[in-house]
Unconditional design. Sequence first.
Length: 357
Amino acid sequence: MEGAVEVERVRGERATPTRELLRAVWGTYALDGEPRLGDASGTSGIRDLGGSSSLNLLARRAGRPVVVRVYLPWVDSTRLSDLQRIRGLLRDAGVPTPRVVPTADGRQMMPYDGRLVELEEYVEHDAEMDTWARLNAGMPTLGRVHSVLDGVDAADVTRYPGFANAVEAADARAVTSRGVTRIRSWGDNSADWARMCDEAEEIAEIVATAETASPPTRRQLVHGDFWDNNVLFCAGQVAAVIDLDFLGHRPRVDDLALTLFFADQTLLPALDERIPLLRRLVDWYDSGLDQPLAPEERAAIPAALARQQLWGFGHVVWLDEKPARNLVDVMVGEVRRTVAIARDLPAWRAAFAEVGA
């Protein structure tokens, strides 16, 4: 079975908008005005748009808003060239995706201090995909993204990102074990942390058994983080799909499970509504596919959903202790919700296998 390529990469920290960086970018891209950061309201200077990986700055060029994106050090020119090509394929197929703005001398990216920088159009929007109504409206676009990317090839560094919020089914048990081992090594774990470690190992064992018997199928390039501020809306319609930082080659149901996971964790009002609401999102997603989900793919979704948060245990291993502890605090509640799915996996599989139920 195809699995992740073993890589040794240094993730690095999100770039800091130093005076030297800003001057270099402004000169290379011929941006408007003086390169200085604005205040917290963004009413003066340039504004940091946020993001956990890339540094994203709102600036202007020839009077038009643009986004300066400074990547993490592990993103090389091969991967970024692939990402730009893939964004173009999506745009040509009708998925709204911002265009790359070249440097003043026509290049698609610029190097700076071991990182790559690109400029892209800024998309005006009034909302993000963070409500049930916008999720319902956005899921067919995820299906369209998967249909466009099906069969698209890319370099290994693109297919297997060094850092992502995903874990392969074949790796979930080992990744969880390493993370749990580190958490327990701190020796001062609360009862919540101790219970979470036990529950995570239980999830990994249940899911590993289920997915060994019925491994996920239809591996392909997928978006990697189709959620919240990566899907922009204007007047109730999808205005842009952005941020392919976690794009990789995985089962398409794994990518779907990520969106379902965040919807389940942040938007579901009651546990007894979980299955019908999440299954409805699957049906909306399916409506955007050229090749609809096969019954075995639908049945595989709950295991992928239960496995989703186990990627966090891999991050616990490489993060410094303070941010690792902060991540564990977040994971306690997330694992508590997903262990319930693992413990009732046959019922979830049966429910999700039903088309349009």
